[in-house]
Structures are given as structure tokens and as C-alpha cells.
Design a protein around this ligand. Structure first.
Ligand SMILES: Nc1ncnc2c1ncn2[C@@H]1O[C@H](COP(=O)(O)OP(=O)(O)O)[C@@H](O)[C@H]1O
Ligand SMILES: Cc1ncc(COP(=O)(O)OP(=O)(O)O)c(N)n1
Length: 277
């Protein structure tokens, strides 16, 4: 049954500190005013300092969660984040095909803390089974390098990578995110199958970028669900994440989370990264 309110489903791992994974996705969905649902793939003991433990749910139980949602409420768009194993990827791919739902894949591989969130032997399954189903794929630079087995050093390399993810790996569109360049502006590049689009912002000097990629792809998912184009969805996501980083909350002992309501604080002055009210 189709619902009048745009609805979205994230299939991902958890972050008990709320900055990344499913918790970040649900916060972003709420801020973008779409109805958010979630299927858990792995339960992670992590915080702003890193990952302390991982428990993967059985593949069959991930499948059961997806069935529970999809036989009741049909999301307009599905997003995947952390999907650790080839077996999990296979059941997710089969489900997306069976229900024929638009799909955003954030190909999460390694957290910024350096912890591995995807098994190395799952890479080929991601390439063969998930990426070709994607309406949009949103790798950061290290992830694009792994997907294409090539190094990315420049903006031209990132643009070439986005083109290759579409033409060689079969995604409908690709955004290569610019957060991992050490210098210069944070420039994301979108290739939509016909043209390259650049989304530049000044790089914000902060260590509080935990969960940026999760939040960004969740906003793209939400905007697509509302009926916006891929270009407009990426544009909104870039604006949203920039405010979320700019107004970050300065919490946690390590790389803190972003502020999911930062977009509501635009124009409010800040001092040393703290918002003045
Ligand atoms: N220091 C920063 N200043 C401004 N934008 C940033 C910064 N770090 C990341 N971003 C933006 O956050 C989004 C996520 O990027 P990135 O950090 O590359 O992804 P991930 O979290 O998957 O590693 C992108 O839009 C990127 O441009
Ligand atoms: C459960 C879970 N999923 C994804 C990530 C990675 O998040 P990301 O948005 O790429 O940002 P970092 O956390 O790597 O800074 C995660 N940590 N946990």
C-alpha cells in the first residue's frame, strides 16, 4: 500500500553514541521530515574514540526484519550503510530487486577511527550485486579507491572515479565525497550519467566529523523520497552536512558527532565552535 507521507528505510549498523549508523540516519530522516524506518545488520559497541566490539546479526534475521517492514509499509527509497558480509549483501540485493524500490548505497567500509566495518571478501559482492541496483552510490575517497582499485589524488581523479562507478560498475549515479582530502575545499562530485557537478564548500577546521557520511547519504535518501532530483537531493545534503559540521556539538572524548539540527541554526553566531543563543 502506498502512503502519502514520504517514507524511507535504512539498513545499517548501530552507534550507541548516536553519531553514526542507524541512529544518525533516523535523526537525519526526522530533520528532513520523512518517515524513517530501520533494519539492523550489526550491533556495534562504538563511541567517538573508536569501535570496541561488533556483533553481526544472522543473515536470516536481517531478511526477516526486511520482510516485516516491507510487507507492511512500502518505503519510497531504501538506504544501506554498514553491511559487513557477502551473505548480508546477497539477501539485501534480492529484496531490493523483488520489491523494486529506489536505492541509495553508502558503501561503508572503514570508520574514520580506522576500524573495519566490512569484511574484505565482501567487496566483490558489493560490486556485483549492490552497486548495479543503486540510484545513487556515495563513496568517500578511500571507498572509491577500493571499489575501483585505483588511487585518487586530485579533483580530476575523483571526477573520473565517479564516471567509472557509473559506466563500469553500473550505478545510476555516483557522488565521490571530498571530506578525506587533507587540504583545500571539501568538494563533492556527482556524476549523474551525463554530466559532472561539483558541490564545493570551505573545509571546516574540526575533528567532529563522526558520522558525516551516514548523515549525508540519509539526507539524499530523504530528498529522493520527497520527489526531488538527484542533483537537488545532493545539493540539500551538502548544505545540511555543512551546517551539521559547522554547529557540531563538541561532545565526546574523541571525534564527536555532527549536529543534526545545525541546519536550523543558520545565521546564529558561534564562538570557538559553540553556538551563542
Ligand atoms: N571538515 C569538513 N568541512 C566541510 N565539509 C566536510 C568536512 N569533512 C567532511 N565534509 C563533508 O561531509 C560529507 C561526508 O564526507 P566524507 O567525510 O568524505 O565521508 P565519510 O564520512 O563517509 O568518510 C561530504 O559532503 C564532505 O564534503
Ligand atoms: C554503524 C556504523 N556505520 C557507519 C559508520 C561510519 O560512519 P561515517 O559516516 O562514514 O563516519 P565515521 O564514523 O567513519 O566518521 C560507523 N562509524 N558506524
Amino acid at each position: 500500500m502506498k502512503h502519502s507521507i514520504p517514507s524511507v528505510l535504512t539498513i545499517a549498523g548501530t552507534d550507541p553514541t548516536g553519531g553514526a549508523g542507524i541512529q544518525a540516519d533516523l535523526k537525519a530522516f526526522q530533520e528532513r521530515e520523512v518517515y524513517g524506518m530501520s533494519v539492523v545488520t550489526s550491533v556495534i559497541a562504538q563511541n567517538t574514540l573508536g569501535v570496541q566490539g561488533v556483533e553481526h546479526l544472522p543473515t536470516q534475521f536481517i531478511e526477516q526484519q526486511m520482510e516485516s517492514v516491507l510487507t507492511d509499509i512500502s518505503p519510497d527509497v531504501i538506504k544501506t550503510g554498514m553491511v559487513a558480509s557477502a551473505g548480508m549483501m546477497e539477501v539485501i540485493a534480492e529484496t531490493i530487486k523483488r520489491y523494486s524500490i529506489r536505492y541509495v548505497i553508502d558503501p561503508v567500509m572503514i570508520a574514520k577511527s580506522g576500524d573495519h566495518l566490512m569484511n574484505a571478501d565482501a567487496k566483490q559482492t558489493m560490486i556485483d550485486q549492490l552497486i548495479p541496483l543503486a540510484t545513487v552510490v556515495t563513496p568517500n575517497i578511500p571507498e572509491a579507491e577500493v571499489l575501483l582499485s585505483e588511487s585518487i589524488h586530485s579533483l580530476a581523479d575523483a571526477e573520473d572515479a565517479a564516471r567509472r562507478i557509473v559506466h563500469e560498475l553500473g550505478a545510476n549515479a555516483a557522488v565521490v565525497k571530498g571530506g578525506h582530502h587533507v587540504e583545500g575545499d571539501a568538494i563533492d562530485v556527482l556524476y549523474d550519467g551525463s554530466a559532472i557537478h561539483r558541490f564545493p564548500t570551505a573545509r571546516i577546521a574540526t575533528k567532529h566529523t563522526h558520522g558525516t557520511g551516514c548523515t549525508y547519504s540519509a539526507v539524499i535518501t530523504a530528498e529522493l523520497a520527497k520527489g526531488y532530483s538527484i542533483y537537488d537531493s545532493v545539493h540539500t545534503a551538502k548544505k545540511f552536512i555543512t551546517d551539521a559540521i559547522r554547529y557540531s556539538l563538541q561532545i565526546g572524548k574523541g571525534n564527536g558527532p555532527t549536529n543534526h539540527w545545525g541546519h536550523r541554526l543558520q545565521g546564529i553566531p558561534e564562538v570557538n565552535g559553540r553556538v551563542l543563543k
